[in-house]
Design a protein around this ligand. Sequence first.
Ligand code: ADP
Length: 476
Amino acid sequence: MRVLYVSTEVHPALKTGGLADVNAALPPALAAAGADVRMLLPGFPALLEAATAQGARIDIGAAFGIESIGLVPCRIGATPVWLIDAPTFFARSGNPYVDGDGRDWPDNAARFALLGWIAARFADGGFDAWRPDIVHSHDWHAGLACAYLRARGGAGPGSVFTIHNLGYQGQFDATAFAALGLPDHFFSMHGLEFHGKLNFMKAALFYADRITTVSPTYAREIQGAEHGFGMEGLLRSRAGALSGILNGIATDEWNPQTDRHLGARYSADQLRGKAACGDALRAELGLTSDKRGPLLGVVSRLTPQKGLDLLLEALPVLLAGGGQCALLGSGDAALEAAWLGAAAAHPGSVAVKLGYDEALAHRLFAGSDMIAVPSRFEPCGLTQMYGLRYGTLPLVRRTGGLADTVIDAASEHANGFVFEAALSADLGAALQRALALWQQAKLWQAMQRRAMQADFGWAASAGRYMTLYRELRPHA
Ligand code: ADP
């Protein structure tokens, strides 16, 4: 089964969110399950730097107004990769999608259309003798691959599209359509038009042979108005082609027994090291060593999606119960300022680190007692799984992948705390329950052990993707 895996970012070289973690772990897991998987990625400087070249650049001429585009065969880790060499589009500092001020790059439609266009050309064996059986593209950036494959027609690879976050759709003025080289009739309601705009996500949802998203619950939720971002009707009409496959986590990298970022290591059987991690974290962040209540950690982008405004409102509940809070994140200026304000108001009890810090994230997952993920919507969520693996009990809203991975303390199988509505009162009530349970050390430890014993490795998910590929191409 030859799989062309089309996306944009790969941890640790380039990461803006969980997509990068998935892209680092899923291709090797698919390879372990027997697939011949190769990635196609834009040649962002950080990826070019991280990759090991494997041969001569393949020239593919001009397209999208760019003179000389090439493919650089290389490897990232063990995975074979083609990086698209188009410096005019990709050799820009900072984030792949937005400029230094957080504004979309003005030529994003063409930049990411190029990615999809090249993906589809692999079907013709245009660059290499290797032809995929499946083109698996991820999120809106790669979504146009599905449209180009359909426009190509004839026999060819099956197309699979994975939604990692429906909240980002890649929507552009209709005027951008002319440069894409797609048939005119593709720009219609039965195509990639969405209320008069060009929409890359819709292109994928309309033209892909199969659609997946990253948890079973999110697959159901996006068929309704609350979580569908306008795509719910289309997704309902494609329900037969839509499924949810839960993400895994990189269990070698996220392992409290071996984690090189930690001063002390620990396991489900020997939790003593976790207390040492907590002490070190408190000292590092300037939190007092008062342990009347749990230390609640957060590692997150600061956007409305993540519900951290709700946590801010509920902070008094935590503090009144003797708890502390440590947040590592970055994003919205207003949320950053509000969290800094909370830290200033509660020195020793609330610590806030703005920015992106991989090593601190590890220390925070290990040293905290709980991890908060109060998202308004959450396609899968990785941080609650990191928390579980580190015996750091998640406190989450019942939505998307959070609902599929965290079992509330009310159950005998409990591994965390779950609340229903995106309201600070509901979050606060869950915090109250956590504070009460914290007083019962034996029960708390039993939950920790259960959390740490769960299997969130990628093998099961990779097996599900392989089944899906075989449904589309039984003889590959
Ligand atoms: P999303 O993709 O919506 O941001 P996920 O939970 O799927 O959410 O993935 C987020 C990933 O980014 C996790 O690996 C998390 O540890 C990491 N992360 C988020 N913010 C930070 C930060 N400020 N510093 C370090 N890692 C972060």
